[in-house]
Design a protein around this ligand. Structure first.
Ligand SMILES: Cc1ncc(COP(=O)(O)O)c(C=O)c1O
Length: 336
C-alpha cells in the first residue's frame, strides 16, 4: 500500500498524532520544567522517535517502565541517565541492563530487589518509596535502611523516587495539590534518611504542584487522553485513533476500533459530537450515526495502553480526515 497522504486515507484503526498539538505540549512542558527538571516517561508513547523530540526540547534523562524500553532507548543512542522506574527481579533482564554501556538506574523497594540487582551487577539505583499509591515502593521509614543495605552491596544510591499515581488524576486542583503535598512530605522524610541528589516524582497532573522533586516523571503530557483532558492542565489532545464507520442505521453507527485498539481501563473513548455507547473487541458503537465509510477520529481515554496496541503513529497536520500525513514513526519500545 502507498503511504497515506491524508488522515482519511489511513487504513483503520490506526494512531494519528496532531503535530501542532504535540509540539505545543512538548514546548509547554519544556518551558515549565526545562532540561533535567523533567525526566520524560517513555511508557506513555513507547517510541524512540518521540523520545528524540523530547531530547530536542532539552530533556536528556529518561524514565521507563520496562527493561525493554530501557534497552530500546540505549540501542537508539540514549546513553545518558536512564531510569527503570519500576521493580524488576528477572536476572536475565537485569543483567542485560547492567551490561549496557549506559548510565542506568533502577528502582529498589525491598531486600529482594536489592539482592536481584546486586547479583546482576546493577551499579546505581533510587530507593522507591510508597507515597500513598498501593503499588510499588517501601515504607518511608524503611528507606534509609534499604539504602544502607544497597550501598553495602556496592550499589550507588542516587536518591529516592515516589509516584503519587493516586493523586495525578484528581480533577479538583485544590484537592490534588493537598494530596500531592501529603505524598511529597512522605517522600521528603524518606529522602532525609536516604540522601542523594535525586528526588524523582510526579506525573502530568502534578508536574507544576510541588517544589520538592528535583525531576518530574511525566509521560502522558506529550500525547494526552480524554481522562487527563478533564483536568486543568495546559496540554492539548494530540493523539487520536483514526477509525471508519462500518455499519450504520437510524439509531446508531459502529466504528472499526474497539478494545483491541484502545486502552479502556479509564472508560470509553470520546468522539466529538457523538455519544459513545460501548466498545467491544473490534467495534465502538455510538449514537448520532454517520453513514458507512465516514472517517472519524476517536480520543482514547488512556494514552499508555492505547499506544501499546499499535505499531506506528501517523503524524498529521491537524486532527481531521483532510489533514495531510507528514510522517510515520515506529512505536518501537513495545514489549517487556
Ligand atoms: C512510576 C511512574 N512515574 C510517572 C508516571 C507519570 O505518568 P503520567 O504522565 O501519565 O501522569 C507514571 C504513570 O503511570 C508512573 O507509573
Amino acid at each position: 500500500m502507498n503511504a497515506p497522504r491524508r488522515v482519511g486515507d489511513i487504513q483503520t484503526p490506526a494512531l494519528v498524532i496532531d503535530a501542532a498539538a504535540l509540539e505545543h505540549n512538548l514546548t509547554t512542558m519544556a518551558n515549565a520544567r526545562p532540561g533535567g527538571r523533567l525526566r520524560p516517561h517513555v511508557k506513555a508513547h513507547k517510541s524512540t522517535a518521540l523520545a528524540r523530540l523530547q531530547l530536542a526540547h532539552g530533556h536528556r534523562s529518561f524514565c521507563a517502565a520496562t527493561p525493554r524500553e530501557i534497552l530500546g532507548l540505549a540501542a537508539a543512542g540514549f546513553t545518558e541517565d536512564l531510569l527503570l522506574a519500576n521493580e524488576c527481579i528477572d536476572p536475565q533482564r537485569l543483567r542485560a541492563l547492567a551490561q549496557l554501556d549506559t548510565d542506568v538506574m533502577i528502582a529498589l523497594d525491598s531486600e529482594a530487589t536489592i539482592d536481584a540487582a546486586s547479583a546482576a551487577g546493577i551499579r546505581a539505583a533510587l530507593i522507591d518509596v510508597n507515597v500513598g499509591l498501593p503499588r510499588c515502593g517501601c515504607d518511608p521509614n524503611n528507606a534509609g535502611r534499604l539504602a544502607d543495605v544497597a550501598r553495602d552491596r556496592g550499589i550507588a544510591i542516587r536518591g529516592v523516587m515516589g509516584y503519587e499515581g493516586h493523586v495525578v488524576g484528581v480533577a479538583d486542583r485544590t484537592t490534588r495539590s493537598e494530596q500531592c503535598r501529603n505524598s511529597m512530605e512522605l517522600l521528603a522524610q524518606a529522602h532525609a534518611l536516604v540522601g542523594g541528589e535525586i528526588i524523582s516524582a510526579g506525573g502530568t497532573g502534578t508536574f507544576d504542584i510541588s517544589a520538592l522533586p528535583t525531576e518530574i516523571q511525566a509521560g502522558s503530557y506529550a500525547l494526552m487522553d480524554s481522562t487527563y483532558a478533564q483536568l486543568d492542565t495546559p496540554f492539548r489532545q494530540a493523539l487520536f485513533v483514526a477509525t471508519t464507520v462500518v455499519s450504520s442505521n437510524s439509531k446508531f453507527a459502529v466504528a472499526d476500533c474497539g478494545l483491541k485498539s484502545l486502552g479502556m481501563d479509564h472508560g470509553n473513548p470520546e468522539i466529538a459530537n457523538k455519544t459513545v455507547w460501548f466498545c467491544s473487541d473490534e467495534h465502538t458503537t455510538f449514537s448520532r450515526p454517520e453513514p458507512v465509510g465516514t472517517r472519524l477520529l476517536v480520543t482514547p481515554a488512556h494514552v499508555d495502553p492505547t499506544a501499546a496496541y499499535h505499531e506506528l503513529y501517523y503524524i498529521a497536520e491537524g486532527a481531521n480526515p483532510d489533514a495531510a500525513v507528514i510522517d510515520e514513526i515506529a512505536i518501537d519500545l513495545r514489549g517487556w
